[in-house]
Design a protein around this ligand. Sequence first.
Ligand code: NDP
Length: 465
Amino acid sequence: MTKPQTGLIGLGTMGAALALNIAEKGFPIAVWNRTTSVTHAFKADAGDLAVRITPTDSLADLVAAMAPPRAIILMVPAGPAVDDMLAALAPLLDKDDLVIDAGNANFHDTNRRSAASLPFRFMGIGVSGGEEGARHGPAIMAGGTAADWARMAPVFHAIAARTEDGTPCADQMGESGAGHFVKAVHNGIEYADMQMIAEVYGVMRDGLAMPAPQIAPVFAKWNQGTLKSYLVEISAAVAAATDPIGKGPLLDMIVDAAGQKGTGRWTAIEAQNLAAPIPVIEAAVMARNVSARRDERAKGQALYGPGPQTASFTLEDLEHALIAGKILCYAQGFAMMTAAAREFGWALDMPAIARVWRAGCIIRSAMLNDMATALATDPARNLMLAPFFADHLRRSLPSLRRVVSSGALNGHGLPALSGGLAWFDLMRTARGTANMIQGQRDFFGLHGFKRLDGLDAPHGPWART
Ligand code: NDP
């Protein structure tokens, strides 16, 4: 067998699945894992694909087993493990060899590693779709140079998910940390999509007194229309499931405290750094943190009385509220990426990002086709100003208003949907209220202000001379 040019380090959940995917697409691959027994078990369990897999027992063996120029994918936990691996590989690799960090790195780390004088080439890629995606077709958001992307594109295009028209969901997002940045925003949007679905589930359960088996077909029906997406589809399946070890719907037995690995929080923090408003994503991160406070929430309910009351909106309102919330959330996410492109000097290709998200990743949805089209016309324009989405919003905003206002009146916490609506109302108000803030700032700090008529502005009459 010819020596492989592709290698992979870290045969955990994602690495093993990715290595099998690569082998399946016809690329021989050399693998190494910190725990050697895992490496050999991986080859032994690889079935027909084992013929393309070269297991190795040390990093030196891995490098020796490969033909230059080598491309080695790292699939180890983000953070120090990646730096340790880069340091360990440094004395072993040539300058044309390429190391690809495919874990969930913080993009600042990827920027730092890209700028470091490593004795080999380096790129960071975001991989979405979980284990199933890694095995059968993830969405791949690559950072790094165009030359390194061109070199790896045949492999990444081969293993990536494909849209219905056969387009691979793998592309270069921009230089250095751009791929990991886009992956972080993807994860933030994932938090927001999930939170908004959870919010409409909550009002069906508590406001409309619908049991889970009645909620499931509602999500299934929505999945036939504008909201067609992986997350709405699996929400129908989750609501439909019966408890395998108890009685009744499984959903009613699941503890209402959401886990998180922190990538949504990274997105929220970065949005603050960029002064890019993403209130739907921020609300989703906040809501996960509140969900973890079960004891305090129980005390709150005991003190303030019964939970949510009957709400007055229809299922159609809920569907349209979710459509509006989703558009607003993506409008914020893409605007944040525009701000990041400016800040970090990346040529982020907005339509390409929407296209890469169309399959393989958790936020895949039919609406991303329309977003790619709208962004192709004017990548820098906020999506809420694109005519196609403006039409959608005009139709769905009355429902969002009914759901949010009825939710507030009846005690349903709807932070993501409310955050989206508040942002929209600020964004469609030409004369805002920050003139008051500027007056206050001048009053207590003599910070000054600009006048609408353009005349020179002395401080207000409150200034002491
Ligand atoms: P796992 O915990 O399943 O596997 C981790 C792998 O890394 C193992 O092979 C482990 O080796 C190895 N490893 C751990 N620490 C070190 C170290 N210090 N030095 C060298 N090797 C080490 O993790 P996942 O496969 O789930 O995740 C891998 C990366 O992919 C992470 O960055 C994660 O955030 C990212 N990711 C995960 C997704 C998921 O759905 N799970 C989705 C997208 C990205 P050993 O066998 O010796 O323990």
